[in-house]
Design a protein around this ligand. Sequence first.
Ligand code: ZN
Length: 94
Amino acid sequence: MGIETDGKIMYLYCDVCGEKAAPDFYTFDDLIAYKRTCGWKSQRRDGEWEDVCPKCQVEKAINTYQTKKTKSHQLIRLVKRAKGIQKYLKQEVE
Ligand SMILES: [Zn+2]
């Protein structure tokens, strides 16, 4: 998962839920720009880079939020970064 290519076109997959990003990419720069704009995140786990879609970031943040029972500004910021799902967060967290 993560980034896959058939030699010409690149595809971006979430390493958590396996969902494929809507657009296909012709350059690595386009892919990076998309990730940045749409709130995808690269994180290192067990020495490997994995790509995480905004939805999974929100779910992880909500889980952490509910487990710790505290408000973390970092957490809130992470979730707010995930574009287009603030409303979802509002319903789930507040
Ligand atoms: Zn995901």
